[in-house]
Design a protein around this ligand. Structure first.
Ligand SMILES: Cc1cc2nc3c(=O)[nH]c(=O)nc-3n(C[C@H](O)[C@H](O)[C@H](O)COP(=O)(O)O)c2cc1C
Length: 275
């Protein structure tokens, strides 16, 4: 890929030539400092129309078959207290492969992770939808894809979470286990979890407003989303574990995303707890 520097060793510090650290170069070049004009820091010189358009940056696969998720109003509240959920949140490394997730559980998990929970009225016109996770500039750069293995009433396959419709979109039918196993560096959890979350970042959604520094915000946003998944799973008594152990380009190929404008950033395994 012309213009893109590829380091031969990607794991661990490169001791022999620390000055070429890409992360240090990037971090240094994406710092704010007082000599930068305030209007550039605020990055706020947009019209109402542009702001409203930016706030609706979610993907939809219009031709994909849709499965409606259960709306929040029809879901039972958790009987676990927030204090207890925070105290008991753990990465759980074993899943009950014999019991399916219910569609209600998945509905709640998606709603509490990244669903639309409110709106912000704009002074002149319209409103901006707000989500369960905070997001730099309310731009919501993440997209959630799901490798579904065992969810009641849902055929196995690779799905996308359509946020505004609160629905699953079937992208590729068929048992995804083997593909997920290979994408996730042959981790056995892919064969035990009911659902594998694959979260991508659409980088330009945030970078168009915040420039190179916006790249940091995308990861911060995905981290918030990841914690929501953890807390929601805990409240639902589900097992959850995240991993960075996935082959980036293989994950992108699986989701048919290009790895440049949109790229996989986060994987989480979710399933029923083992008794
Ligand atoms: C970015 C990230 C990547 C992780 N990758 C793995 C992983 O590949 N394998 C694993 O067993 N745990 C992984 N974990 C889970 C951590 O090991 C775990 O969060 C940590 O040990 C603290 O335990 P707790 O989550 O149960 O509180 C990851 C966590 C994060 C945030």
């Amino acid at each position: 890929m012309p213009g893109i520097i590829v380091q031969s060793a990607v794991l661990g510090p490169k001791k022999e030539n620390p000055k070429t650290s890409i992360s240090e170069l990037y971090h240094e070049n994406s710092k704010l400092h007082p000599s930068i004009p305030t209007e550039m820091i605020a990055a706020g010189n947009y019209t109402q129309t542009e702001i409203l358009a930016m706030a609706r940056g979610y993907k939809r696969y219009r031709l994909a078959p849709q499965i409606k998720l259960t709306e929040k109003e029809s879901l039972l509240p958790s009987d676990r207290k927030f204090d207890e959920v925070v105290d008991s949140r753990r990465s759980v490394r074993s899943f009950n492969n014999d019991e399916e997730l219910s569609l209600n559980e998945l509905s709640k998990l998606l709603y509490q992770s990244y669903g639309i929970t409110g709106e912000m009225k704009r002074p002149d016109e319209g409103s901006i939808p707000l989500r369960a996770a905070p997001s730099g500039g309310a731009l919501y750069p993440a997209e959630i894809y799901l490798g579904i293995r065992h969810v009641s009433g849902v055929e196995p396959g690779i799905y996308h979470y359509n946020v505004p419709d609160h629905a699953l979109e079937l992208l590729f039918p068929g048992d995804p286990t083997e593909k997920l196993y290979n994408v996730c560096c042959q981790q056995e959890y892919t064969k035990e979890a009911s659902v594998v979350f694959l979260i991508s970042g659409v980088l330009q959604r945030t970078k168009r407003k915040y420039g190179e520094r916006g790249y940091r915000y995308v990861f911060l946003d995905v981290g918030h989303l990841g914690q929501n998944i953890y807390l929601s799973c805990t409240a639902l008594n589900l097992a959850v574990m995240t991993t960075c152990g996935f082959f980036d380009d293989e994950a992108n190929k699986l989701l048919r995303i290009d790895g440049i404008d949109e790229t996989t950033l986060y994987v989480a395994f979710v399933g029923k707890q083992k008794n």
